[in-house]
Structure formats: structure tokens, C-alpha cells
Design a protein around this ligand. Structure first.
Ligand code: GDP
Ligand code: MN
Length: 382
């Protein structure tokens, strides 16, 4: 889950990372009240999940009530690179002396955490990496050892931050690393990390991606989720506890196991079709799960046919077949369904499906044949 800037800053604050005093606002009046509370000058910031808000006119300083009112009016509803601004963050403006960059990410190839610090902040870091790679200090951190204060200090020195910023930046890096690890982030980025004219170091922006696999140990993340702009299908799937990713094609897919679901996408592509989604219903295939999954898939108007691809393992073929038939009977599905059932007791399973064979429930013995049939049906109904 990607956080909005203000949520990222609230998360940072939990770990003691210094951020400016601010308030979220959904209306011009709320923005004005927020500015009155934090004091002037105040910065009005568009809350959209896209970079370069400053350049797009989504970040403005106001010296008084009138200016904040003008800026809030202009920014609310603004379209920034296809993202419409529905919420603002109003914070006390900072007097910036210098702008830096700091982040922690996971380097999967190295199986380590990666810290990056640069004295060239406030600008697009990808551009810095391209034009002046030496300007970014990097450190791989073994997750077992963690980041030491000496490491943090080295990073800051290597990056060549102003002497006045070094203690504050090293301290902030330690806190940011704690936020990244204990806070279960996939990314914790501060751009710009600023040195203020009065010598303090703090986070002026926040880009945080939370690792959804760790959500079970973070009840506090629930409040962040309510603001997420989630695909309607993905929201439905989440409510039903399904592993679902929406795509743009016309063949709805339901498979057991993530590997099989991915292969199914490939096979559908191979025979000239496009998948409408990725959906892994996990090991079993009981009626409840099948019914929920079919409901989610069929709610998508793009779906013209549904391909159920099941490989029976521990769950036997006849149980799977019964689950599918029972699940189908509970929901009213408009798209025709093509099933490929294989694995343990596939014969018994197919015999059950054969009893229910119709124009809207078609069984095929192999993955490729089933994919062809599903794609053919989807094209015919397009
Ligand atoms: P982004 O453009 O979407 O990454 O938004 P940022 O939050 O990083 O802000 C962009 C730029 O706006 C920063 O690099 C600053 O130069 C400027 N800015 C943001 N907040 C303040 C502030 O409190 N005071 C001043 N003077 N400038 C600010
Ligand atoms: Mn930024």
C-alpha cells in the first residue's frame, strides 16, 4: 500500500522523525482553519500519489488567510498527471537552507536493505542517478545486523552533506531505518530532507510503501486504507479475502495457486486472448471461495468469459468439482465458464462437471484447449 504524503509523515512521526506541524483538509474552509492552527507562512500541498507536485502547481506557500484561501481553492480539484486532488495537507512552512535526499528500500537481488543518501535532493532522484551517479551515497545493509550509527554517519559523510546537517541527518537516518524495518515498509523515502536556515534537519516530503504482507501486525494501518483509491474489483476481492489483481483483458481467470494463475495468464495470451484479472483462490476450492471469486470476476463488465483452471493436489478432484458446481449455483454469472480440472482424482471431478455441462459451463481436459475455448467465447461475445 502506497501512503499519501500526509499519511507518510504521520507514520514518520510515530518513529520520532521530525516533520512540520500540519493538518489534512478536504475543503477550502478546512484548509484555512488548518493554516490558522499551524501559523503563517503555511504551505498548501496537494495530496496525490504522484511526484512532481511542486512543478505542477500543487504546492503553494501562503503568507496569510487570503493567500491560503486562494491556493486551497486553486489546488482542490486540480488534475495532476491524471490524479484529481481531493485532499490537501497544510503545514507550517519551513525556511529551507539546503535540500537533500534519503531512502531505504529492499534490494531483492542483493538480499539486503539499500540506503541511499544524496546532497542533491528536492529533484527527481532517477535523474540524479542517471546524470551524476556519484552524487548518491549507497550502502547495503544486512538485515540481521541492521544499520549502525557509524554506518549512518558514513553515509552522511560520503554524500557530502553540509557539516551543520550531519548530526541531524545521521540521527534522522537511524529513525528512518527503524521506520523502514519495524514499520514494515518496502520503501521509506524523504525527498527533500532539509536543513533549515536555523540548523535543524527534517523531512519535508514522505514517500512510504507499506508491505501488505505485514498488515496483520499493524492494526494502525486500517486508517490509511480508507483513503486508498482502490480498483472497485480489488476492493470487493479484499473484502472476500481473495488474492486478486485487476487487469484490462476480457477473460476472467480463477486458478488455485499463484504459479498456476500466472501460467494461466500466459496460456491465455499465447492463444491470442487477454486476461481480465489474476486471481488465486489458494489450495482448496470450496463452494464459498468459488462463489466469492466468481462474483468478483463477473462484476467486471470487461469479462466476456471465465476460465477456471484447477489442479487438484491435496484437495481431490471431486471436492473441487462439487465446490465449483455448488459455488456457481449460488451466484448468477453472466459470462460462460470454461473449466480445466486436472490432478488428484481428476476423472471423478470431470464426471461431476459433465453432469452439469451446458453452454455456460464447458469442460476441457487440457489447459491449452480450455484457454482456446475461453478466448473464442470472449471474442464471440465482445
Ligand atoms: P513533490 O514535488 O511532489 O516531490 O513535493 P515536495 O513535498 O517534495 O515539495 C516540492 C518542493 O516544494 C520542495 O522541494 C521545496 O522546494 C518546496 N517546498 C515544499 N515545502 C516547502 C516549505 O515548507 N517551504 C519552502 N520554502 N518550500 C517548500
Ligand atoms: Mn518530494
Amino acid at each position: 500500500m502506497d501512503l499519501f504524503e500526509y499519511q507518510g509523515k504521520q507514520y514518520f512521526a510515530r518513529f520520532g522523525i521530525p516533520v512540520s506541524d500540519g493538518r489534512p483538509a478536504d475543503t477550502v474552509d478546512e484548509a484555512v482553519a488548518a493554516a490558522e492552527a499551524v501559523g503563517y507562512p503555511a504551505v498548501v500541498k496537494a495530496q496525490v500519489q504522484v511526484g512532481g507536485r511542486g512543478k505542477a502547481g500543487g504546492i503553494k506557500l501562503g503568507d496569510n488567510v487570503e493567500e491560503v484561501r486562494t491556493h486551497a481553492t486553486a489546488i482542490l480539484g486540480m488534475d495532476i498527471k491524471g490524479h484529481v486532488v481531493k485532499r490537501l495537507w497544510v503545514e507550517r512552512a519551513t525556511d529551507i537552507a539546503e535540500e537533500y535526499y534519503a531512502s531505504f528500500t529492499l534490494d531483492r537481488a542483493a538480499k539486503k536493505h539499500l540506503a541511499m543518501v544524496s546532497a542533491k535532493g528536492g529533484v527527481d532522484i532517477e535523474a540524479v542517478a542517471e546524470e551524476d551517479p556519484g552524487a548518491i551515497a549507497r550502502l547495503h545493509i544486512d538485515p540481521v545486523d541492521g544499520l549502525t550509527s557509524a554506518d549512518a554517519r558514513d553515509l552522511v559523510d560520503q554524500a557530502g552533506l553540509n557539516e551543520k546537517a550531519r548530526d541531524g541527518a545521521a540521527d534522522l537516518l537511524m529513525k528512518l531505518y527503524r521506520c523502514f524495518t519495524e514499520g514494515d515498509c518496502d520503501l521509506a523515502e524523504v525527498n527533500p530532507l532539509v536543513l533549515t536556515t536555523d540548523g535543524r534537519v527534517h523531512a519535508l516530503d514522505a514517500k512510504v510503501t507499506l508491505d501488505d504482507n505485514a498488515a496483520f501486525r499493524h492494526p494502525e494501518w486500517d486508517e490509511y486504507r480508507s483513503m486508498q483509491v482502490m480498483d472497485e474489483r480489488e476492493r470487493m476481492a479484499r473484502e472476500r479475502g481473495l488474492q486478486y489483481i485487476g487487469l484490462d483483458g476480457s477473460v476472467g481467470i480463477l486458478a488455485n495457486g499463484a504459479g498456476l494463475a500466472m501460467s494461466t495468464l500466459d496460456v491465455v495470451n499465447q492463444v491470442g486472448g487477454d486476461a481480465a484479472n489474476f486471481l488465486d483462490i489458494g489450495g482448496g476450492a470450496n463452494a464459498d471461495v468459488v462463489a466469492s471469486a466468481l462474483e468478483v470476476i463477473d462484476s467486471d463488465p470487461r469479462v466476456k468469459s471465465i476460465f477456471i483452471n484447477i489442479f487438484g493436489g491435496v484437495t481431490r478432484g471431486e471436492e473441487v468439482a462439487n465446490g465449483i458446481v455448488e459455488g456457481m449455483s449460488r451466484v448468477d454469472i453472466s459470462a460462460p465458464i470454461v473449466i480445466r480440472l486436472d490432478g488428484t482424482n481428476a476423472d471423478q471431478g470431470r464426471a461431476i462437471l459433465a453432469e452439469h455441462e451446458s453452454d455456460s459451463l464447458i469442460s476441457r481436459p487440457t489447459m491449452i484447449e480450455a484457454a482456446k475455448k475461453a478466448v473464442e467465447l470472449a471474442k464471440a461475445r465482445a
